[in-house]
Design a protein around this ligand. Structure first.
Ligand SMILES: Cc1cc2nc3c(=O)[nH]c(=O)nc-3n(C[C@H](O)[C@H](O)[C@H](O)COP(=O)(O)OP(=O)(O)OC[C@H]3O[C@@H](n4cnc5c(N)ncnc54)[C@H](O)[C@@H]3O)c2cc1C
Length: 431
């Protein structure tokens, strides 16, 4: 018997694959999603905060049923020196109203829920199966091979995440070199909700994101993060892989060091580590976005490197949802035209160029170059912390004005006005 030919086969049931499959199934197309994890979400992790606005376009009122942890109403950025910390703290109750700002989310629960919506919409999801290869008819992709079986399709959507095997098999991408990916390691730390609320100055379901710059990466390109969940904290660090290799540091050691910093250890005090996970994330921005389509084939989400990292923002989920939805629009068009060739599929790139996806990546195209500057992780956090220490020190000696303290500290850090001017100029272009 001939195997069923699907309108689309989606490889990967992360946010990008699920968004594509949901939109297609809702439009009545025959969709198969193949996911290597035991269940969707089983192998997935992120920081993480999910921005609601894009998901709301796909599933209106999703917040009424999705397993969200907390509405993010408070954003903190903390600079760390070896012992000290200095924070910028923004809090607004208006930020917590659905759908527009962020929600803390645990991927194992959230992805499972999203995949359930995809099935409800009519798509078939097969978990525990790895897509191994593509099926070809000349230059046209006509399906996938998984578990030794063929799954024919008009269009294959590669939603298989960072370093996409399928984008490589299609000849669109190469494995990213280590400077273009970062490794994230994270612990999930259990803590009662009342303690979380009291400790972080939060009401009921409100949550906080806290990003850390400085000592936690030992000067390497990257940073630390903390997200409050209902009854746990997600605490971790993300570091450029090439820097990690160069320094020969174990990420788990860095995480332990981060946890014992005086500016962090009280935040997690009394907590119990429930889970440790690690995952890669692309960080090259638009510079490494591959060709996004070929005959019978589209690449979405992390598989296409569609992640925005500016040092302040790490947003991959919105980009995954938006690119999945654009891919679905394009597959619908291909079905309508009866033409899954690149002539129709180029519409996908057009949609991404019109949306925030490629526009944001273009706007922030200099951010990676800027973020490669070691002074951002050593000199500046040290300077900010030492300057604050000077401001708040009363040692019985005559006081100095702020600019005098700054001048002394710049001398100690061997930081010239020229450095500050150049870094300021690069920063203005980058973030
Ligand atoms: C440490 C860290 C922190 C982050 N923090 C945030 C954050 O706070 N906010 C945010 O928006 N983004 C964050 N991101 C980025 C975000 O997680 C990703 O951008 C997003 O998950 C991309 O979704 P995706 O569907 O493209 O890929 P993924 O979520 O990686 O999903 C890919 C899916 O494909 C499956 N798969 C892979 N290969 C195959 C195969 N051959 N066959 C079948 N299935 C396959 C995988 O099991 C997985 O389910 C973070 C990432 C990391 C690593």
């Amino acid at each position: 018997m001939e195997p069923t030919k699907f309108d689309a086969v989606v490889a990967g049931a992360g946010p990008a694959g699920c968004a594509a499959a949901y939109a297609l199934a809702k439009a009545g197309l025959e969709v198969l999603v193949i996911e290597r994890g035991k269940f969707p979400g089983a192998k997935n992790m992120f920081g993480g905060m999910l921005c609601g606005s894009v998901l709301a376009q796909l599933i209106p009122n999703f917040w009424e049923e999705a397993p969200l942890e907390r509405y993010i109403t408070r954003h903190v950025i903390t600079f760390l020196s070896r012992e000290d910390s200095f924070s910028i703290d923004f809090q607004s109750p208006s930020f917590g109203k659905p759908p527009y700002n962020g929600y803390s989310v645990l991927r194992a629960k959230f992805d499972k829920w999203l995949a359930g919506k995809v099935e409800e919409a009519g798509a078939i999801i097969v978990p525990g199966l790895l897509v191994e290869d593509l099926l070809w008819d000349g230059n046209q992709v006509v399906g996938v091979k998984a578990g030794g079986e063929d799954f024919p399709a008009s269009v294959v959507i590669a939603a298989d995440g960072v370093n996409s095997l399928l984008a490589q098999k299609a000849g669109l991408a190469e494995e990213l070199s280590t400077e273009y990916v970062s490794l994230g390691v994270k612990e999930l730390i259990q803590l009662p909700s009342e303690i979380i609320q009291e400790r972080f100055n939060l009401e009921d379901d409100e949550g906080v994101t806290q990003l850390f710059d400085g000592f936690c990466t030992r000067g390497m390109h990257g940073g630390g993060f903390l997200y409050t969940n209902k009854e746990s904290l997600s605490l971790g660090i993300v570091i450029q892989l090439s820097a990690l290799r160069r320094m020969g540091v174990k990420p788990a050691d860095l995480l332990e060091e981060f946890k014992s910093h005086p500016g962090v250890r009280n935040l997690i005090k009394g907590g119990t580590v429930e889970e440790y996970s690690a995952h890669l994330v692309p960080n090259a921005g638009i510079n490494k976005v591959p060709m996004l389509y070929k005959d019978g084939f589209l690449v979405v989400g992390d598989a296409a490197g569609l992640v925005l990292t500016t040092g302040i923002t790490l947003d991959g989920a919105s980009f995954a949802f938006a690119s999945g939805m654009a891919a679905a629009e394009t597959v619908k068009l291909a079905k309508q035209n009866g033409d899954p060739s690149r002539k129709t599929l180029c519409n996908y790139e057009k949609l991404l160029k019109e949306s925030f996806v490629l526009r944001d990546l273009e706007t922030f195209k200099h951010s990676q170059f800027f973020l490669d500057n070691p002074r951002l992780y050593t000199t500046y956090p040290e300077l900010i912390c030492n300057l604050s220490r000077g401001l708040f020190t009363n040692d019985g000696k005559p006081r100095k004005r702020l600019w005098q303290l700054a001048r002394t500290e710049m001398g100690r850090q061997k930081l010239s006005i020229l450095h500050v001017a150049v870094d300021g100029f690069l920063g203005r272009r980058a973030i």
